[in-house]
Every structure is written in structure tokens, then in C-alpha cells.
Ligand binder design. Structure first.
Ligand code: PEP
Ligand code: MG
Length: 593
């Protein structure tokens, strides 16, 4: 039966495909596709994990049987029998094999997927005793997962399948050949999302998350339809259900009727045509009708993204979120050489265009690893994140600074510091940059000049602009956090997403003042938060004086189209009206005349 689920629209377009559910587990589980020739080895890994748990249980049983009848814990003995029985459960064993063989899931993914299916069957059982065995099943699966993790000698590198079409794997996918897949999960960390980059998924849905959560940002950078904050979606949808994602409306339609499918198929083709039309603007300079030149830059997460940035017509990278190099590394952070190579790759990839590298911004909704996700802190968004984290670990910070400075020998590099608020933090940061240079001098390593910039993403920073303008060559407005901190709305929390408002007069005032002050002092200023790539806000930002926008490459052409149709001389007065209106959204919707 068809039903729909409403969430938040985070990445445009329509995706139609079969659901792939990623089960959440208390154990940190990697999800990736294997190669067909790895199927046997992957099945063997699950078997080895299961055998290890069977042995563990047998050892426990043996020690119980050595106890005298008085001290032997009979309940535990009975429980171990149940666990042994569940480990042989036919539905579990054959299901795991199915996901590995037919869908090429890695062993852990196959096990958690099947666990979820089996767990639902337990939920549906009439008998209360049997229903309670669900917890046992979960326990033994977690033990198997842990055993598999322990047996793993090195970090598993996900083998991504570039495209399913025409690939060898298709032969193994039988009825699913060429059927697009959409990924559904309760939650995905930004590191998970990165793993799914270049994967086969046609769209993403998560139960939790806000519009500018980092998971949503990565989905947007992949330019595939996505909905977050879909609440109970991962519970309502079942593996292999047909699903439509309407990324523009933030709606998920499950098990659509043929009429609905046809309607969305039409919408999908219309969207593709529109994107095709935009390609004509690729080589057109971003100049307004009154001849104002606008700089369109790209936000990237990995060095390889530089090529997408160039292809999309970006005139440089306005934000390289370097923290993505640090995530999902199981505690082993990239050393100076690895970072240097990564930054150099991005710099060389941009072929002489400037690359703005932001120092790590981990913490809050960007944990380094799932396993170290720091829920212990009551309020991680206000905690040790970004520059605070860097200054708390000077060795790590200096390593990154040296790597960036060395990469600057290969092209134009701008160094950007996130989340600054205090003069003392600014002074400490600058001292670290000097120290990194001195260390490179001592080692005789080449490095290049960098322009130094600060992100304006804490209201306190926006309200102390003179301090920032004194020390920095350029400023970049991080509207995602600026909105979060101005309005006290967690950007990753879907339950308050309706209050996350880029058009709140307070936010507009901070953005407008920052732009105006930078312009008055002849300093470069750009917006690199999601506002920059939102076509409904392009004219407003132009009217407020913004001339440099940094966004995901996929949004560049649509923003350029707005710029080509704009006349900044007519926008300034209107933008001030919007900024000072009681309800700026209403004023904005009225358009400028
Ligand atoms: C921002 O806060 O607007 C920004 C660009 O940084 P991030 O989204 O990575 O926090
Ligand atoms: Mg930020």
C-alpha cells in the first residue's frame, strides 16, 4: 500500500529505486560493496566470527560444568544453550549469505541487515518468551561482529563500485540489474556518507538530521536526491521496497502505485532536462546585468573533488573541509606527509586557481570516528570543536599547518580558521602559524605564502569585526553555524528544524554587517555556508553587497543563472528592505521591483 513520509528537503531531484536499509548497531560497522571474487572470503569471515563465538560459549559451558551442582549458574547455562541455538538459526545464516552473494554487501553489513529482518520477525511473535529472544539474537550478532573486528588485522578499505551499469557485478545481481538503490538509515555520520560517495546509491534518506547537518551537506555535495529528518522512515520501510525520494519537497513515497510512479518519472526527466539546459552556462562568466563580476567558488571535502569543482566552472575552492581527511580513521590521524600530499593534490587539481584550506573542524556532528562519537558531552556544538580542538592539541595543529604551508609551494593557497571568537585564540593561532613556518625553515623544507582568513560563524565574531579585520586578509561567513549559534538551534536536530531560519532578521543583520564592513575596508569576504548555494537567496546576498559565493559544485550553474539575470544597482535598496522587515521571508517572496 502506498504511503508517504515527510522529512526535510536537503538535496534536490527525484530518485526512484529499491530500499537498502542500513541497520544501526551498537558496534561500529562498515558498509561497503565487495567485488564478486570476494564473496567466498566474505562468507568465510562471518563463519570465522561465528565459530569464534561458538568456541567462546563452549569454553563458558565447560567452566560451568566443572562447577559443583550448588554453585553452577543454571540460568546462565540455559541462556548459553539458547545462544548456541540462535547462532545456527537458519534464517540468520541463509540471509547473511544472501546479502553477500546477491547484493555484494560486506560481511558486517550483511549480518546487521539480516539481524534487522530477523529481529522484526521476533517482534511479530505472539509468544512473549520467544519475543524476548530478540535481545539474545542482537547480543550474539554483536558478539560475532566484535569477533570479526578483532580478527581484522588492518582497517578495511571500502571497495566502491563506480557504476553498476555494464559492470561485472551486474551478472550477480540477477533481478536487481540496473535497478537503482536508495539508502535508508536511522542516522549516517558524515564519515559514513563519505564512504558512500561514488557509490551506486541513487538517493539517501535518514530518520534524523537537520538541513545543514554535515550528513546533509555531504549528500548535497554528491548531488543526489536526499531527505533527512524523516523520523521513523527506517522502521516503516522494508528492505527492497520501492521508494520515491522527492528531494525538492522533502517527501518519501513508499510502495508507489503505477500512476504515482509515472508522475514522478516525468518529474525526474524534467529535472534532468533543466540540468542539461544549465550546462550551457558553463563557460559564461558570472557577471550581473550591471557588469559586476561575481566570484563563484566550490566547497569540497576531498582532494579528488577538485576535478568536479573545475568541471562545474568554479573559479577556485572557497572551502576545503579538511576534517574529512581525519574521519573514520580508527584513531590513526593522517601524518604531515599524507596531509601534504592530499592538499597538494587539491592545489594541483585546481590548476593555478586559489584553494582555501580550512583547518580541521571536528566535533559536534562531525565526530572523528563512530566509535569515538562523544555523546558524553552535554552540548558538543558548544564544546571542543574546530579551532578549539586544534589549539588543545598543538602537535596535531602544527602538523596540519606545516602540511598546508608546504602545499602552498605548489599553487595559491588560502588558510582558513574555523570558529574563532576570542582575541586570545586569534593570537595563539597566528603564533602557531609562525611556529610552523619556523619548524619548516629548520628542516629546510620548501613552503609557500598563504593568505590568512577567519570564518565568521559565531555571533561574537560577527560583533567584533574590527578585531578580525585587523589580523586577517579575508573573512568567510559560515552561515550554517552562524544561524545555529545566533538562534540557538542545533543544525542537526530535525525536531527544531522549522526554527532554523537563514532569514531571521538577526542573522541577516550579522551577515549584512560583515559584508558591509569588509567592503568598507577593502577586504575579501565570501559566504561559504549553505546560504551561498541557495538560489532563492542569491539576489538578496548580491543586494547586501556579496561578490564571492562558495558552494557545492553542483549548485554553481543554478546560482550563476540567477546572477546573470540580476542587476545589483536595483537590488541594494530592496535588500535593505528585506533585511529590516519584520518578516523578511515575506518581503523576499514579494520579489524586487
Ligand atoms: C558553516 O558553518 O557555514 C560552514 C561553512 O562550516 P561547516 O558547515 O563545515 O560547519
Ligand atoms: Mg561551520
Amino acid at each position: 500500500m502506498t504511503f508517504s513520509i515527510h522529512g526535510l528537503a536537503v538535496s534536490r531531484g527525484i530518485a526512484i529505486g529499491r530500499a537498502v536499509l542500513v541497520a544501526s548497531s551498537r558496534v561500529d560497522v562498515a558498509h561497503y560493496f565487495i567485488q564478486p571474487e570476494e564473496v567466498e572470503a566474505e562468507i568465510a569471515r562471518v563463519r570465522a566470527g561465528r565459530d569464534a563465538v561458538v568456541e567462546e560459549i563452549a569454553r563458558l559451558q565447560a567452566s560451568i560444568s566443572r562447577m559443583g551442582p550448588k554453585e553452577a549458574p543454571t540460568e546462565l547455562a540455559a541462556l548459553l544453550d539458547v545462544h548456541l541455538m540462535l547462532l545456527q538459526d537458519e534464517e540468520l545464516v541463509s540471509g547473511v549469505k544472501h546479502w553477500i552473494t546477491e547484493r555484494l554487501y560486506n560481511a558486517e553489513w550483511a549480518l546487521t541487515t539480516q539481524l534487522e529482518i530477523v529481529a522484526r520477525h521476533f517482534d511479530e511473535m505472539e509468544d512473549a518468551y520467544l519475543r524476548e529472544r530478540k535481545a539474545d539474537m542482537e547480543q550474539i550478532c554483536e558478539r560475532v561482529l566484535r569477533a570479526m573486528k578483532g580478527a581484522q588485522s588492518s582497517v578495511v578499505q571500502p571497495a566502491q563500485r563506480g557504476s553498476r551499469k555494464g559492470s561485472q557485478q551486474d551478472l550477480l545481481l540477477d533481478d536487481t540489474v540496473d535497478v537503482p538503490l536508495v539508502l535508508i538509515a536511522h542516522d549516517l555520520s558524515p564519515a559514513d556518507m563519505l564512504q558512500f560517495k561514488q557509490s551506486v546509491f541513487a538517493g539517501f534518506i535518514t530518520d534524523v538530521g537537520g538541513k545543514t547537518s554535515h550528513t546533509a551537506i555531504v549528500a548535497r555535495s554528491m548531488d543526489i536526491p536526499a531527505v533527512v529528518g524523516a523520523r521513523t522512515c527506517s522502521q516503516l520501510v522494508r528492505q527492497d521496497d520501492w521508494v520515491i525520494i522527492d528531494g525538492d519537497a522533502g517527501v518519501v513515497i513508499v510502495d508507489p502505485s503505477p500512476i504515482i510512479l509515472a508522475e514522478y518519472g516525468f518529474k525526474q526527466r524534467q529535472g534532468e532536462l533543466e540540468r542539461g539546459r544549465l550546462q550551457r552556462l558553463l563557460h559564461t562568466p558570472a557577471v550581473t546585468m550591471d557588469d559586476e563580476k561575481i566570484q563563484l567558488l566550490a566547497n569540497i571535502e576531498m582532494p579528488e573533488d577538485a576535478q568536479h569543482a573545475l568541471k562545474a566552472g568554479a573559479l577556485g575552492v572557497g572551502l576545503f573541509r579538511s576534517e574529512f581527511l581525519f574521519m573514520g580513521r580508527h584513531g590513526k590521524l593522517p601524518d604531515e606527509e599524507e596531509q601534504y600530499q592530499a592538499y597538494k593534490k587539491a592545489v594541483e587539481g585546481m590548476q593555478g586557481l586559489p584553494v582555501t584550506i580550512r583547518t580541521v573542524d571536528v566535533g559536534a556532528d562531525k565526530p572523528l570516528d563512530e566509535s569515538v562519537r562523544d555523546d558524553a558531552h552535554l552540548n558538543p556544538a558548544l564544546g571542543l570543536r574546530a579551532i578549539r580542538w586544534s589549539l588543545a592539541d598543538p602537535a596535531m595543529f602544527l602538523t596540519q599547518l606545516r602540511a598546508i604551508l608546504r602545499a602552498a609551494a605548489h599553487g595559491k593557497v588560502r588558510l582558513l580558521i574555523p570558529m574563532l571568537a576570542h582575541a586570545s585564540e586569534i593570537r595563539q593561532t597566528l603564533a602557531h602559524v609562525d611556529q610552523a613556518r619556523a619548524q619548516l625553515d629548520r628542516r629546510g623544507l620548501a613552503y609557500g605564502p598563504v593568505q590568512l582568513g577567519a570564518m565568521i560563524e559565531i555571533p561574537a565574531a560577527a560583533l567584533s569585526l574590527q578585531l578580525f579585520l585587523k589580523y586577517f586578509d579575508f573573512l568567510s561567513i559560515g552561515t550554517n553555524d552562524l544561524i545555529q549559534y545566533t538562534l540557538a538551534i542545533d543544525r542537526a536536530d530535525e525536531s527544531v528544524a522549522h526554527l532554523y531560519d537563514p532569514l531571521h532578521p538577526a542573522v541577516l543583520r550579522l551577515v549584512a554587517d560583515t559584508i558591509a564592513e569588509c567592503r568598507a575596508q577593502g577586504k575579501d569576504v565570501s559566504v561559504c555556508g549553505e546560504m551561498a548555494g541557495d538560489v532563492t537567496l542569491t539576489r538578496l546576498l548580491l543586494g547586501l553587497g556579496l561578490r564571492s559565493f562558495s558552494m557545492h559544485p553542483a549548485q554553481i550553474l543554478a546560482v550563476k543563472q540567477e546572477i546573470l539575470r540580476s542587476d545589483t544597482s536595483k537590488l541594494a535598496a530592496w535588500a535593505q528592505r528585506v533585511r529590516t522587515a519584520e518578516d523578511p521571508a515575506l518581503e523576499l517572496a514579494g520579489g524586487y521591483v
